[in-house]
Design a protein around this ligand. Structure first.
Ligand code: AMP
Length: 305
């Protein structure tokens, strides 16, 4: 089992879906990621919150064994995101983003974090992602997530950090936007192919349609777990990444077979998050439930020819 470091947002979210709403709920890319990954390996967290961030949220992560030595509490307000979903739960509409203390965040990296074999640059300002990457000893595997907010707002900084990562995990709309290409297969090739953006592997999260793992010459598709009730998709992408990177770090292998298995774990973890608001479903989750859904996935993916 190898350590896994994540830098990303700890947030307070206002979310509205056709099935209900929450205000000031625990969210953030690093929150979902760290919680999901904690089922698989030792997680180190680098982030900033404001003085308004409830201590119980940090206790929750600490209770999962997440090392919080890289979490700063700064004067000001915690990062806030508000978004809504229509009946098509695959795409969030951002209503408001307030950076708060994130606006002038300089990551704090305790000495013991400097050598961490697996690094996840969760959705956050790409300049912060690059800064953290450069201040670590080169990890065995670096993965990155981002979103439309940064693709539009910080394109050059994003391209710079992308050139240095191994795996990019994004959703379908973001893959198209990043590659300026509507066809997903061509978009994937433009990202991971020769003369692409840098990563050797691309994972495209496709909501209720599953996920795709692409490298220069290969594609691998996994379905989504067939859920009858999806309540709130917020955090599905980060939870997917937490499950995937957590599984990779646990096996400490990064070749194609390990990547494929990781994608299945990512899909399984995401399938739990969407069953309730915020981290509510993950908080009730057991290892037996995870393994039971992994078995269903194995069965679902048998072709039998
Ligand atoms: P996802 O897994 O893509 O649904 O991510 C949802 C989480 O991302 C929410 O809990 C938000 O707090 C967080 N988030 C939203 N916008 C941003 C942003 N621009 N940068 C970093 N995190 C964000």
């Amino acid at each position: 089992m190898a350590e896994l470091l994540v830098v990303g947002t700890l947030a307070l979210d206002d979310v509205r879906t056709p099935f209900g709403e929450v205000t000031g709920a625990l969210g953030g890319s690093a929150t979902y990621f760290a919680y999901a990954a904690s089922f698989f390996t030792k997680v180190r967290l680098v982030a900033v919150v404001g003085r308004d961030f409830p201590k119980e949220h940090l206790d929750l992560l600490e209770g999962r064994g997440v090392d919080l030595a890289g979490v700063q509490v700064a004067d000001g307000r915690t990062f806030r995101w508000s978004g809504e979903y229509g009946y098509d739960l695959n795409e969030a509409r951002t209503l408001d983003t307030q950076l708060g203390v994130l606006a002038d965040f300089r990551a704090k990296l305790p000495e013991r974090f400097h050598r961490t074999p697996y690094l996840f640059l969760a959705n956050i300002d790409p300049e912060i992602q690059r800064d953290v990457l450069h201040r670590l000893e080169r990890p065995r595997l670096v993965a990155l997530d981002t979103m439309n907010y940064w693709i539009r707002g910080k394109r050059e900084a994003l391209d710079r950090v992308l050139a240095e990562v191994d795996v990019l995990l994004i959703n379908e709309a973001e893959a198209r936007m990043l590659a300026d290409e509507p066809n997903l297969v061509k978009a994937a090739r433009a990202i991971v192919g020769e003369g692409g953006k840098g990563p050797r592997r691309l994972v495209v999260k496709r909501g209720e349609y599953g996920a795709l793992l692409a490298s220069a010459h290969r594609f691998f598709f996994v379905p989504a777990f067939p859920l009858e009730a999806v309540f709130d998709p917020t955090g599905a992408g980060d939870t997917f990444a937490g499950g995937a990177l957590g599984a990779l770090a646990r096996s400490d292998r990064v070749e194609e077979g390990a990547m494929r298995e990781a994608i299945v774990y990512g899909s399984v973890m995401a399938s739990f998050t969407v069953e309730d608001f915020s981290l509510n479903r993950l908080r009730r989750l057991t290892e037996e439930e995870i393994e039971a859904r992994v078995r269903v996935f194995r069965e679902m993916m048998q072709v039998g020819i």
